[in-house]
Design a protein. Structure first.
Length: 221
């Protein structure tokens, strides 16, 4: 994908990383493609949890974009839980699920993705002490020694309009944006934060075609 143009050294576990950007910036596609490439090369195992669509819908979307499906990544959703109509502690359910796979897969389980944080907040609307609970949830992900990626909606420019505390809690923030130049709209990726990792903070152009996402050179004004 060309992320070596952005990162000067390896990103080491554990990390909780936000994938942010406005609608249409291909956050899900970028993340799924990046994780598929990593897991295919490493032979490790990952979990991709989608809250806004079913597993079949997510797979159909990836296939329509030409993204190769990864056999080392299990996709889960909350469809059955939501249809039961009972009050569910989704954070607790996620923690139990991840611990189950860590017990089952051991050190082979290294990657977790949540799509998306906004959907999780919507499901848990009205829960008290959400900021405190998110702090403990992020820490539980680190305790499992995972690369954890969490998708989070964001305006085209500026900070997220959600709780506003996640940026401080996360170890990294990757911003996917769109920029209009000479009447043409182009996509870019920008690493705004990554603890214990040397990286560029410039916007890097993204090229997307035939299911492949490539990180190109920096965009200069």
């Amino acid at each position: 994908m060309g992320l070596d143009k952005v990162f000067k050294n390896d990103v080491k576990r554990p990390k909780v990383i936000l994938i942010t950007g406005p609608p249409g910036s291909l956050k899900s596609s970028f993340l799924y493609t990046m994780l598929s490439n990593y897991l295919d090369q490493s032979g490790e195992f990952g979990i991709y949890t989608t809250l806004e669509e079913s597993v079949s819908s997510h797979l159909a979307n990836m296939e329509s974009l030409g993204v190769n499906l990864c056999m080392n990544m299990q996709i889960t959703d909350f469809t059955d839980l939501r249809q039961e109509g009972e009050e569910v502690d989704y954070l607790h359910f996620l923690e139990k699920m991840l611990k189950h796979f860590k017990d089952k897969k051991g050190d082979q389980f290294t990657v977790f993705a949540l799509d998306s944080l906004g959907a999780l907040y919507s499901l848990m609307e009205g829960n008290a002490n959400m900021r405190k609970r998110m702090f403990h949830f992020f820490q539980s992900l680190r305790d499992l020694n995972l690369y954890s990626f969490i998708i989070m909606e964001r305006a085209m420019e500026g900070e997220s309009h959600l709780l506003g505390n996640e940026g401080f809690l996360a170890d990294g923030i990757i911003f996917l944006g769109m920029k209009r130049k000479q009447g043409r709209l182009s996509r870019f990726v920008q690493v705004e934060k990554m603890r214990a990792t040397e990286h560029s903070m410039e916007m890097h152009a993204l090229d997307i075609r035939s299911g492949l996402i490539s990180v190109l050179g920096p965009i200069f004004e």
